[in-house]
Ligand binder design. Sequence first.
Ligand code: ADP
Ligand code: MG
Length: 249
Amino acid sequence: MTNPVHAPALVELKDVNKHYSTLHVLQNINLQVAKGEVLVVLGPSGSGKSTLCRTINRLETIDTGSITIDGKELPKEGKALANLRADVGMVFQSFNLFAHKTILENVTLGPIKVKGMSKADAEKLALSLLERVGVGHQSAKLPAQLSGGQQQRVAIARALAMKPKVMLFDEPTSALDPEMINEVLDVMVELAKEGMTMVVVTHEMGFARKAADRVIFMADGQIVEEASPEEFFTNPQTARAKDFLSKIL
Ligand code: ADP
Ligand code: MG
């Protein structure tokens, strides 16, 4: 959580536009995320939050504009894309762990395959990350043997194993039973405190208040408001944001 004004932009979107056939899902998006900044993305369902996240690591293409990570434009394909994508860790609502691999294998796979790390080094790294998110003792199990909250913490460890420069979280607690939400948010708050650059789509306002440096509010494919969490929650400017907040607070 550094001062966003003085830190260089780690993620930069310039005039980004994207359509799904006739739907203009991202409309002229301009956004900078500074190194160490925690940006929370809010907005009603269908406003383009997931699409925004997915374009940042090229799970989705864009029509026009540019997206750079640490000053480098995302390559279209091939090894260069795999390398740059490794800079962008992503955690989804559905944990997306490999069901037939152990927890340890889920975390070592990327470092071995993409980064060419030795199995021994990858396992050492994986175990330390699994410890850090509180599931070190589960490493030999299969994902289905873990609770949802534990699986999501493994997914965070898996993303961290690639040593990303920025972590994207797309509603990471939305699929969890209520009693498991905090164990995942606590890990995210720790990451934020350690200085990780994070883009977090969430409806967890407690997290936004506690960890966000800045909030953007999206509606209909546009960034409608951009403010500190304090400002946004106490004094939203637009009718759309007021309506949104009245429904979730
Ligand atoms: P959010 O995450 O804010 O709920 P999304 O980014 O998932 O919003 O979706 C924004 C809009 O784009 C929605 O209207 C959704 O139906 C549409 N959309 C999302 N993905 C696709 C797709 N692959 N093909 C066509 N339309 C899509
Ligand atoms: Mg979404």
